[in-house]
Design a protein around this ligand. Structure first.
Ligand code: SAM
Length: 211
């Protein structure tokens, strides 16, 4: 079980994740985001970027299965979902979830997305982190570069009014980056989940209403 390459057996979220069968403590960040923003409301086609070891995929599957139950009626007619996770690391399989081992900044990812979804996405999740070198400034710049690639990917693949949850690191370029995100989404909010470590400068951008 990992979280940003850091494991602490005394950490309450680490213990909770172990107890509740989640692959990482990060699951509680997404559960917290869901509680606050209901990002899984009416979402059926979902892409999870930087998905290893897979705890966000576990959470995603739980809410998406609930959605199918809820919206299978004559008005919505939803009878299936599609979830795909991508990571450069290998991820143990999860039933009914497509997992791809690839670099999300490379073109091949687009081919996988096109082949699997054949339609626009309702939601993109990204907990993707660069490998930190320990210098806050450089780490921040590199994470923003990665986030810009993800924003491009969202522009192409998210449906109109679609949603995105994107992890970023706070720093000098945050304001400019948020401006770029706002040019693509109607509502953008920064949120630090309770389980996010205090000393971490990570922030999740909750992006609603793709333009
Ligand atoms: C914090 S972990 C994600 C944890 C995951 N949300 C979970 O709950 O299991 C960040 C992940 O981003 C992945 N990553 C970083 N850069 C990537 C890239 N360019 N392409 C694909 N995955 C990447 C790392 O391999 C790492 O597994």
């Amino acid at each position: 079980m990992t979280d940003n390459h850091f494991t602490h057996k005394k950490d309450p979220y680490y213990k909770k994740a172990k107890r509740e069968g989640y692959r990482a403590r990060s699951s509680y960040k997404l559960l917290d985001i869901q509680k606050r923003f209901e990002i899984f409301k009416r979402t059926f086609y979902i892409l999870d970027l930087g998905c290893a070891p897979g705890s966000w995929l576990q959470v995603t599957k739980k809410f998406t299965e609930e959605n199918i139950e809820k919206y299978k009626d004559q008005y919505y007619n939803r009878d299936h979902y599609k979830i795909m996770g991508v990571d450069i690391k290998k991820v143990s399989p999860i039933e009914d979830v497509k997992i791809i081992k690839a670099d999300i900044t490379k073109l091949e990812v687009q081919e996988h997305i096109d082949a699997f979804f054949q339609d626009k996405l309702d939601l993109i999740l990204s907990d993707t982190s660069i490998t930190k070198i320990g210098n806050k400034f450089t780490d921040h710049i590199n994470q923003i570069k990665l986030c810009d690639k993800i924003l491009e990917l969202a522009k192409r693949n998210l449906k109109f009014k679609g949603k995105m949850v994107l992890k970023s690191f706070l720093g000098n370029d945050s304001e400019d980056f948020t401006r770029r995100v706002k040019s693509q989404f109607r509502i953008v909010k920064g949120y630090k989940p309770q389980s996010s470590k205090k000393r971490s400068n990570e922030i999740y951008l909750i992006c609603l209403g793709k333009k």
